[in-house]
Ligand binder design. Structure first.
Ligand SMILES: [Zn+2]
Ligand SMILES: [Zn+2]
Length: 210
């Protein structure tokens, strides 16, 4: 009699190995998430570097867009959105709240935005290994953290958002994907696609892409 196939990582297609039994995600995926969190934190992290692109508002704690509106850098608004209260810090703290309900994170005590970012990342990193076998929504967590890192990197390097390519599902639905798109399911027919499968779908005609 054949053994049941071992479960797969909920993030990548890898089958979990013996030493990964009981986990939702594989060790390489855990390592990648940890790296992403690390990239965002600290005085040399992506968040701090984004904040440097904005002059502190006079007398206020929050960041403000530098210069007059007409002369503002084109990316300033996106930088502001990400660095302000409600941006990255809220994404992280929302996950801290969520993980705390599983006993997997400790809520921070507030403070300045950079401190709140660092505190949230510290508790998430500290508990990531335990979360790997206890938290059911690591796929969403990975996606949100990963896209925050990529967005921050793009803002810092001034790179534009990746071009979205329209590809056609077997059911005729046009999916807009980028090279960064992880797996997704077709809204038309619910087919689940892995990244590599998305990349091999036929590209939609220009008229369909509009
Ligand atoms: Zn994995
Ligand atoms: Zn479809």
């Amino acid at each position: 009699m054949l053994d049941a196939p071992s479960p797969r990582c909920v993030i990548c297609p890898r089958q979990l190995l013996d030493h990964e039994t009981g986990r939702f995600i594989c060790l390489p995926c855990e390592h990648r998430i940890d790296q992403d969190l690390r990239k965002l934190a600290g005085p040399a992290g992506l968040y701090a570097r984004l904040c440097l692109r904005i002059q502190p508002g006079r007398g206020s704690d929050g960041p403000a867009v530098s210069g007059t509106p007409g002369r503002a850098m084109p990316c300033n608004e996106a930088v502001l959105t990400m660095t302000a209260n409600g941006g990255l810090v809220s994404t992280l703290e929302t996950w801290v709240e969520d993980w705390a309900t599983y006993g997997l994170a400790r809520r921070g005590a507030g403070g300045r935005l950079q401190h709140r970012v660092d505190t949230a990342i510290a508790t998430l990193r500290l508990n990531l290994t335990r979360a790997a076998s206890r938290h059911p929504a690591l796929k969403d967590f990975n996606q949100e953290i990963g896209s925050a890192v990529r967005a921050a990197e793009r803002l810092i390097t001034g790179e534009r958002a990746p071009r979205r390519v329209p590809v056609v599902c077997g059911c005729g639905y046009v999916l807009k994907v980028t090279l960064d798109t992880d797996d997704c399911s077709c809204p038309g027919c619910s087919t689940e696609y892995r990244h590599a499968e998305l990349m091999s779908l036929p590209i939609a005609e220009r008229s369909a892409a509009a």
